[in-house]
Design a protein around this ligand. Structure first.
Ligand code: ATP
Ligand code: MG
Length: 172
């Protein structure tokens, strides 16, 4: 059996990793779909698809997980054909893991087995929280896998976020 996990992974954090590990108790293989792949360099989507791809690959490698394929996918902004768009870009999946209400609805309407994985320490393990802490210079390293810290540091991710915040604040 093959499962599908969708996120923007801005950045990939320990909640995502926990969900992948739990899902691998139920399926043999997982497609990790990087959504909004075309987005980067905004406060909500600071990292490129390539950076997110590397974060996930390295974190899975460190965790000894070999049964995932990582696939970036751009948005098409048409919900009616979103599932077909995904189906055209990934191998067939039997189960979809998501807590996003729209994702749950769209895949359920197509007859998929959609499961809602329990959220792990959601107040801390969330992309929004990690980005907020990076921006405000609070400690964030313990919210993400070690490999993600390394990649964010290697691209000066904290500086990027701070400059994006200044840029957005100075737009006229
Ligand atoms: P953001 O705050 O930027 O939206 P996010 O933490 O919600 O980031 P996404 O990249 O939007 O993460 O991915 C969403 C998916 O990741 C959810 O559908 C959910 O299944 C999973 N997920 C997110 N946070 C957790 C968590 N703390 N525990 C388990 N799964 C999580
Ligand atoms: Mg989210």
């Amino acid at each position: 059996m093959r499962g599908l996990i969708i996120g923007r992974f801005q950045p990939f954090h320990l909640g995502h990793l926990a969900t992948i590990k739990a899902a691998l108790e139920e399926v043999d293989e997982i497609v990790v779909l990087i959504g909004s792949a075309e987005q980067s360099h905004t406060l909500e989507n600071p990292f490129t698809a390539g950076e997110r791809f590397q974060m996930i690959l390295n974190a899975l490698d460190d965790a000894g997980i070999t049964s995932c394929m990582v696939i970036p996918l751009r948005d098409i902004n048409r919900y009616a054909v979103w599932v077909s768009h995904i189906e055209s870009m990934i191998p067939p999946v039997d189960v979809v893991y998501s807590n996003n209400p729209l994702t749950v609805r769209l895949f359920s309407e197509k007859g998929y087995d959609v499961r809602k994985p329990p959220m792990v320490q959601r107040e801390a393990y969330s992309g929004t929280e990690v980005r907020k802490r990076i921006l405000s210079n609070e400690s964030w390293h313990d919210l993400v896998p070690r490999a993600v810290v390394k990649i964010i540091e290697s691209v000066d991710g904290a500086d990027r976020l701070r400059e994006l915040a200044l840029d957005e604040g100075s737009e006229s």
